[in-house]
Design a protein around this ligand. Structure first.
Ligand SMILES: *Cc1c(COP(=O)(O)O)cnc(C)c1O
Length: 391
C-alpha cells in the first residue's frame, strides 16, 4: 500500500512541524505571564500552514483556561472553524462586510466593530437571528485601518452601549500595535497609553460597557512587554516560526521542499530560463526542481542571490524561476540524484535557510512568504519526532 504521506511528498510540499508550533505557543504564553490566555490568530489558513491542523495542535497544547478562543480575519474563516467543530469564541478581527452579518450570526461569530453604524447593524442581525450575539470594539491608537478613535472614547462609549442594548453583548475591547517588532518600543508604549486612556473613558460593564478582556498584544508585544500585562494576547507569526521583534527567535515550523526532477551535465555556453539570463561558464551540473512561482516561491529570489539546500549543502538558483520549475547549480554536489529532496526554506543536515532569511533577501516579511505559499503545495503535518499528526 502506498503511504499517503509519500504521495504528498512526491513533487513539492511544505513540512509543518506542529511540535515546534506548540513549543512556540507555550513560549508566548509563558512570556505573557502567569494566568495569561491566548487567542491564536489563524487567519489566512493559519498563515498558510493549514488552519485545521493548527487548531488541533492548539487545542492539544492548551488547557481551556489558556485558550480563550481563535482569531480570524474573514467570516468564511470563522464558518470553517465551526465546521471543524470548535465550539468556543471565534472573533473576526478585520472589518466584516455588513452583507455577511447574517452568516456571521448563524455561525455565532464575535465581530470586531469600529463604528456606531456597525453596532446597529450587528444588533439588527441579532434581532433577525433570534440570538444574543457578541462583539468587541477596536480602538484605533495609530494603526489607522480600523477602530473607534482613542481620543473620543467618552463620546462613542455610551453610544455603543446604547446601540447594543440587550441585543448584543460587548465582550471585549482591543487595539493593534503598528511597531511592536521594532527596536524602539516607545511608539508601542505610547499606543498602549492611548488605549488605556480610551478604556478608562468607557462606561463600566454595569452600565453596558465592555464586560470581557481588554487586549492589545501581537506576537512581538507578548514576547517583549508580556502583552502589557493585559492577560490576553493574540500571537500569530511567532507560532508559525517567523521572528517577532529583536528578541529570541522561534523554532522553525515550516519547511518548503521540492524534489530534484532532473539532474544533467551541461557544457559551457548553455543558457537557462526565460530571458536566458544565465549561461554556464564551463561544464556544470544542473538540477531542475519541480517548484516555481506558481507555488509561491518568489520569482525575485533568483536574481537576489537565493539558494536552496541539497544534501545539506547550499547551492545557488540559476536564471529566472519559472511558474512550475527552477534550476539550481549542483556542480558542488556531485552525489545529487533525481528524487533528492531540496530545501528552499528549512533545515537539511547541519545547514539551514531560515524563513526570515528568505524574506529579507526578497525585501519582504515572513508573513508574506508564508501566506504566499500556494495551494499546489500539500501541507504535511507532523507532531513530535517524525510522528504523524492526526493519525
Ligand atoms: C494578525 C493579527 C495579530 C497577530 O499578529 P502577529 O504579528 O502575527 O503576531 C494580532 N492581532 C490582530 C488584530 C491581527 O490582525
Amino acid at each position: 500500500m502506498s503511504d499517503p504521506q509519500t504521495l504528498l511528498r512526491s513533487r513539492a510540499w511544505v513540512d509543518v512541524d506542529l511540535g515546534a508550533l506548540r513549543r512556540n505557543l507555550r513560549r508566548v504564553l509563558n512570556a505573557a505571564g502567569p494566568g495569561a490566555a491566548v487567542v491564536p490568530m489563524i487567519k489566512a489558513d493559519a498563515y498558510g500552514l493549514g488552519a485545521a491542523a493548527v487548531v488541533r495542535a492548539c487545542r492539544a497544547e492548551l488547557s481551556r483556561d489558556e485558550l480563550w478562543g481563535f482569531g480570524v480575519a474573514a467570516v468564511a474563516e470563522g464558518e470553517a472553524l465551526r465546521a471543524m467543530g470548535w465550539p468556543g469564541p471565534v472573533t473576526v478581527f478585520a472589518v466584516a462586510p455588513p452583507g455577511e452579518y447574517a452568516r456571521a450570526a448563524a455561525a455565532d461569530l464575535t465581530l470586531a466593530l469600529s463604528d456606531p453604524e456597525a453596532v446597529r447593524g450587528w444588533a439588527a442581525a441579532a434581532l433577525a437571528s433570534g440570538r444574543r450575539l457578541r462583539f468587541q470594539t477596536e480602538v484605533d491608537t495609530g494603526m489607522g485601518r480600523a477602530g473607534f478613535p482613542w481620543e473620543r472614547a467618552a463620546e462613542w462609549g455610551p453610544v455603543v452601549a446604547e446601540a447594543a442594548g440587550d441585543l448584543i453583548a460587548w465582550v471585549g475591547c482591543f487595539t493593534h500595535f503598528h511597531s511592536a517588532d521594532e527596536l524602539d518600543l516607545a511608539p508601542t508604549d505610547a499606543q498602549w497609553e492611548r488605549f488605556r486612556a480610551a478604556v478608562a473613558a468607557l462606561p463600566p460593564a454595569e452600565a453596558g460597557g465592555p464586560a470581557g478582556p481588554v487586549h492589545a498584544a501581537n506576537s512581538a508585544a507578548a514576547l517583549r512587554r508580556g502583552g502589557y500585562g493585559a492577560g490576553l494576547v493574540r500571537p500569530g507569526i511567532f507560532l508559525y516560526g517567523g521572528a517577532a521583534g529583536p528578541g529570541a527567535a522561534p523554532e522553525p515550523v515550516a519547511s518548503v521542499r521540492a524534489r530534484l526532477a532532473l539532474v544533467r551535465e551541461v557544457p559551457a555556453g548553455t543558457t537557462v530560463g526565460y530571458g536566458a539570463t544565465y549561461t554556464s561558464a564551463g561544464a556544470e551540473r544542473w538540477g531542475t526542481l519541480s517548484v516555481g512561482y506558481g507555488d509561491g516561491v518568489p520569482r525575485r529570489l533568483g536574481p537576489l542571490g537565493g539558494c536552496v539546500l541539497v544534501r545539506g549543502r547550499r547551492v545557488p538558483i540559476l536564471g529566472r524561476i519559472s511558474m512550475d520549475a527552477m534550476v539550481v547549480d549542483l556542480t558542488g554536489v556531485p552525489d545529487a540524484r533525481p528524487g533528492d529532496v531540496a530545501t528552499l526554506v528549512g533545515r537539511d543536515g547541519g545547514e539551514e535557510i531560515a524563513l526570515d532569511e528568505v524574506a529579507a533577501r526578497c525585501g519582504t516579511i515572513s508573513y508574506e512568504i508564508l501566506t504566499g505559499l500556494g495551494p499546489r503545495l500539500p501541507r504535511v503535518h507532523t507532531d513530535g519526532a517524525g510522528e504523524r499528526a492526526g493519525a
